[in-house]
Design a protein around this ligand. Structure first.
Ligand code: NAP
Length: 286
């Protein structure tokens, strides 16, 4: 049997085990995916488990996406640019870090028919997820990206990290209080903060009075599926996209890296999404 896991702290809220175990079951694979709550001191041991075959691959979540890097033999080019690893695989005997979050976001954009080229984007947050999303926005040719974060210094560091990636995107930082000044009717607003996540489901990272028809609101939060942020968008006639597609496609990309093939092509994402939606509804009903 092959063994996979997600490491983090806390990790109990992760939907990744549900996602991967559904895929293993659906494809008849002899594999299991568990969650491992770690402290920083456990990173050597987890990497050794992968090196010596006790594990066949693992995902990394908060707070280890950067901390894991010095423990790896190699980090692929995209994960280096993003400065965060969320998927670790053994490749030709070497332990290699990847970032599949940016891919999951780019795929979500594509699946939802959103054209990023030439757009104005407001990114809420400057943490690990914002790094991955910004990388995708630069690759897709967004015209201007405003990074809005309560800790402005972190937004500035993110701009400094990404500023020298090829392309013509203009990067700016702003404080939450300056939001009104940076919006235009077609702005794409992407929530990369945990604000609105269960159990704090009445919170929104973006004020209701600034939402307009014509805007596109994307939330990385997927629990609940309909966050308060997205609800405000719907009410105003804006286009809204939740975080579940991103979760699904970063997970399928991880599977392809671990199985070194095109395993994800055997999965029906719509069927997987319906299953996860059902599971999330059960969690909320409890
Ligand atoms: P992170 O590295 O801890 O960064 C969190 C960011 O949110 C920081 O910029 C932080 O601001 C800001 N923030 C936190 N609490 C806030 C509050 N109460 N008010 C305003 N800003 C606040 O976390 P992350 O890894 O980027 O994850 C962010 C969210 O994305 C989480 O909900 C996570 O579950 C979700 N996510 C979803 C997917 C997916 O596949 N759908 C993938 C990755 C992440 P400061 O800098 O000021 O602290």
């Amino acid at each position: 049997m092959k063994h996979f896991a997600i490491i983090g702290n806390p990790v109990g809220q992760s939907l990744s085990p549900t996602l991967h175990n559904w895929v293993f079951h659906r494809l008849g694979l002899d594999a299991e995916y568990t969650q491992i709550q770690l402290t920083g001191g456990g990173l050597t041991s987890i990497v050794n488990k992968l090196r010596y075959g006790e594990l066949n691959g693992f995902n990394v979540t908060h707070p280890f996406k950067q901390e894991i890097v010095p423990f790896l033999d190699e980090v692929n080019a995209q994960a280096q640019r993003i400065n965060a690893v969320n998927c670790v695989a053994r490749e030709r005997g070497r332990i290699v870090g990847h970032n599949t979050d940016w891919y999951g976001f780019a795929k979500t954009v594509h699946l939802n028919g959103i054209e990023l080229g030439g757009t104005q984007v407001v990114l809420l947050g400057a943490g690990g997820a914002a790094h991955s999303v910004l990388f995708a926005l630069l690759r897709k040719g967004a015209k201007t990206v405003f990074i809005v974060n309560r800790t402005l210094e972190k937004a500035r560091s993110l701009v400094a990290l990404m500023a020298n990636i090829d392309g013509n995107t203009v990067l700016r930082v702003a404080r939450p209080g300056e939001l009104e000044d940076v919006l235009s009717p077609g702005t794409i607003i992407i929530n990369c903060t945990p604000v609105g996540m269960w159990p704090n489901i009445v919170e929104t990272p973006f004020p209701a009075h600034l939402v307009r028809r014509g805007m596109i609101l994307m939330d990385l939060v997927y629990n609940p599926l309909q966050t308060q942020f997205l609800r405000l968008g719907k009410r105003a006639g804006a286009t809204t996209v939740g975080g579940l597609d991103m979760l699904i496609h970063q997970g399928l990309r991880s599977l392809d890296l671990w199985f070194n093939n095109t395993l994800s092509q055997d999965v029906n994402p719509a069927e997987l999404k319906a299953f996860l939606e059902e599971k999330l509804a059960e969690v909320l009903a409890k």
